[in-house]
Design a protein around this ligand. Structure first.
Ligand code: PAF
Length: 290
């Protein structure tokens, strides 16, 4: 691990100054947007950026616009010292940590909303969420103007929302989706796993196990409707008190799929479910190359 932390900046002007300097030397730039509380899933995003770009910027900003008043903005895990130590160890070139006012000036009145892919799935119980994400990601991309930006496939609907907004708004950046990093027992890494009690943590791998079993049923020719209903029951039996959704969707458009998969169809099985008060999400590929 490096002895000193990476350089940090807190303003758009300083970010643009550093990135502009690299650009003048014909260097490529990767951006990894995060809300901190970094884990090995984030490290995988950074490693991929470092492999593909000459310079890597990580942003850390807990975005108030993607939390509803009843959600965990105030208590969302924050650990700046550990985050900076991790990023130093990974060889990150610059960390962008804007304050709330730098991101949302007084009188801020603009929102980016992405129809269709934001609807359904997490958009049902968290209707504010994707507009908050789309708005801050648009700002981060325009503030940094990277060549590539890296997002985890764990937040699969978010990844599709970001891909859509970049295409629709002609933002000149390549969006790179990075496969989910899992614990040895299959649980997808997430900053919110820290909320799980030991008993909930022991039950949590069932989410990924059931999604893989649903994928197996689809591969065997079952209908998406039946496989999803079966998965729902399995999650309830495994102790998930509330299942927000378990659905089969088109991997790109997220259009619902109810029937057996057509040969070569690229589908995704996505779920969100509660263990106690903690809401976990996960998804796996089904059919084609998913
Ligand atoms: O996935 C996240 O951590 C956040 O939603 C993101 C993309 C950094 C936007 O705040």
């Amino acid at each position: 691990m490096a002895a000193t932390g990476p350089e940090t900046v807190a303003t758009v002007a300083a970010l643009r100054d550093r990135v502009g300097g690299w650009r003048r030397r014909s260097m490529t730039v990767g951006l990894v947007p995060t809300m901190g509380a970094l884990h090995d899933g984030h490290s995988a995003l950074v490693r991929q950026s470092r492999e593909q770009c000459d310079r890597t910027v990580v942003s850390i900003f807990v975005n108030p616009k993607q939390f509803a008043p009843n959600e965990d903005f105030a208590t969302y895990p924050r650990n700046e010292a550990a985050d900076l130590a991790r990023l130093a160890g990974l060889g990150v070139d610059l960390v962008y940590m804007p304050g709330g006012r730098e991101m949302y000036a007084d009188g801020f009145a603009t929102g980016v909303s992405v129809a269709r892919v934001s609807e359904g799935l997490c958009g049902v119980t968290r209707p504010h969420f994707f507009q908050g994400v789309a708005t801050v990601v648009t700002k981060l991309l325009l503030q940094c103007l990277p060549d590539n930006a890296y997002f985890g496939e764990k937040d699969y609907q978010q990844l599709q929302v970001v891909r859509r907004l970049v295409r629709d708004l002609d933002i000149p950046v390549a969006i790179v989706g990075v496969p989910t990093v899992r614990e040895a027992d299959g649980l997808a890494m997430s900053s919110r796993n820290a909320y799980l009690t030991p008993a909930e943590r022991a039950a949590a791998p069932a989410l990924n196990r059931v999604l893989n079993q649903v994928a197996e049923k689809l591969r065997a020719g079952g209908t998406a409707r039946d496989a999803a209903a079966w998965g729902h029951r399995q999650l309830a039996d495994a102790g998930f008190a509330k299942v927000d959704y378990l659905e089969v969707r088109d991997a790109d458009t997220l259009a619902p799929i109810e029937t057996a998969l057509a040969p070569g169809a690229r589908a995704r099985i996505l779920a969100a479910a509660f263990l106690g008060k903690t809401r976990l999400i996960d998804n796996v590929a089904a059919g084609g190359a998913g």
